[in-house]
Design a protein around this ligand. Structure first.
Ligand SMILES: Nc1nc2c(ncn2[C@@H]2O[C@H](COP(=O)(O)OP(=O)(O)OP(=O)(O)O)[C@@H](O)[C@H]2O)c(=O)[nH]1
Ligand SMILES: [Mg+2]
Length: 395
């Protein structure tokens, strides 16, 4: 799951709604969202159907003229204000959502037209870099508070490392994350009982970076002042994507209503012949074309979602099939499933993901492109079409 986070009024719900087409309250004041919205968005990948020259019949995903859409879960969180970790604003409720997040999209108002608390202010009068610093600090303080509460028990026990792991497992932080954070913060050889608060803070901050990688959706790029805000984020070395969630929402709705042929991965659109639209709608679409699509190449919403999964989480897409000639499953469906898996997943891992028995009986896999046999240890590559041969199947 990817969490959409940020201060109030930055455009999180607009981003969420644009990505999922779920209607949620959106308004120009803080704390419009009071309980998290969950929904399904899609990452996009090039579908192998064109390359193989086949007509596919997707089951767990969608193919839209050669673009495969694979469902992913997004959560739109309530806005976070300074001292949220102490329970200020809707702090605790918001922060609890982050427990389950594997990565975060931080929606920042790059135009600087909302203050740290999300109240409207003149464009350019608020520094978006402050938003980044405070949000990460809030999350770190919240983590610190959770762990510190039980620190005595954790650190004094016989197996302190295991107790720490158990405590952190509920935060979607696993052993590999923890080991890396320990080593990065130079604490791998220091006994937990000897840690000072500063050590714990440093460790948790690094752990947050590793286990909940974050990218910035530099939002409201249609407004004056946004370009400077965006440049400032980039200069700081942050992974920031120029975004206009409002434009994406308007465009997706226009396509839904048959006004335009817009698709989120297109970066452009045409008004469909015979579409009934008012002068105002026409003007709004022209403005989006000029200020957003031509200027930035897209609205950034789909790019942010794809980056969260493909870059931050290092995901790849693989297509398991049963019949390597027809590229079909046992029901004859061609290229039925697209699996979004972590880079490094092996052919055997994939077999287990499909079915335990397929994993247990694994003999070898076949690469549909080359016809080559692959061993269980073969690390899958993005776009692979793979058939798994298992002892089960041979019976
Ligand atoms: N100009 C412009 N306005 C935007 C954009 N995205 C969102 N907004 C506006 O910003 C305001 C806040 O949007 P929301 O999506 O409700 O913000 P939020 O971050 O969910 O706010 P809370 O739920 O209060 O935390 C609304 O008036 C939106 O229309 C954008 O890309 N450009
Ligand atoms: Mg909201």
């Amino acid at each position: 799951m990817v969490g959409i986070v940020g201060k109030p009024n930055a455009g999180k719900s607009t981003f969420f709604s644009a990505a999922t087409l779920i209607q949620v309250p959106i308004a120009n004041y803080p704390f419009t969202t009071i309980k998290p919205n969950r929904g399904i968005a899609y990452v996009t990948a090039k579908c192998p159907c064109k390359e193989f020259g086949v007509k596919d019949e997707p089951a767990n995903s969608i193919c839209d003229e050669g673009t495969r859409l694979i469902p992913v879960e997004l959560v739109d969180c309530a806005g976070l204000v300074p001292d949220a970790w102490k329970g200020r604003g809707l702090g605790n409720r918001f922060l609890d959502e982050i427990r389950k997040a594997d990565a975060m999209i931080h929606v920042v108002d790059a135009s600087g037209s909302t203050d740290l608390e999300g109240r409207p202010c003149p464009p350019g009068s608020h520094d978006p870099l402050e938003d980044v610093d405070f949000l990460m600090r809030e999350i770190d303080m919240w983590l610190f508070q959770i762990v510190k509460r039980d620190w005595k028990e954790i650190s004094k026990g016989k197996d302190a490392r295991s107790s720490l792991e158990a405590k952190l497992s509920g935060l979607s932080m696993g052993r590999p994350h923890i080991e890396r954070a320990l080593s990065d913060s130079g604490l791998e050889h220091k006994k937990l009982a000897e840690w000072e608060d500063g050590d714990l803070m440093r460790f948790l901050s690094r752990l947050r970076e590793i286990s909940k990688p974050t990218l910035i959706a530099a939002n409201k790029m249609d407004l004056p002042g946004a370009e400077e805000g965006f440049e400032a984020l980039r200069r700081r070395g942050l992974r920031a994507i120029p975004c206009c969630a409002e434009a994406e929402l308007a465009l997706r709705r226009s396509a839904q209503r048959g006004i335009t042929n817009y698709k989120p991965w297109m970066g452009s659109f045409e008004i469909l012949e015979g579409a009934a639209l008012s002068d105002e709608q026409r003007r709004a679409l022209a403005m989006i074309m000029e200020r957003v699509l031509k200027r930035w190449g897209g609205t950034g919403v789909q790019e942010a979602i794809n980056s969260a999964f493909f870059e931050l989480l290092n995901a790849i897409v693989v297509y398991p099939v049963e019949d390597v000639e027809k590229l079909s499953d046992h029901r004859g469906r061609v290229l039925p499933d697209a699996y979004l898996v972590r880079g490094g997943t092996t052919a055997r891992d994939l077999a287990y993901m499909i079915h335990t028995e397929l994993g247990e009986g694994f003999l070898y896999a076949i690469d549909a492109r080359s016809g080559r046999r692959l061993s269980g240890e073969y690390p899958l590559r993005d776009g692979d079409v793979i058939s798994i041969v298992s002892a089960e199947k041979r019976k």
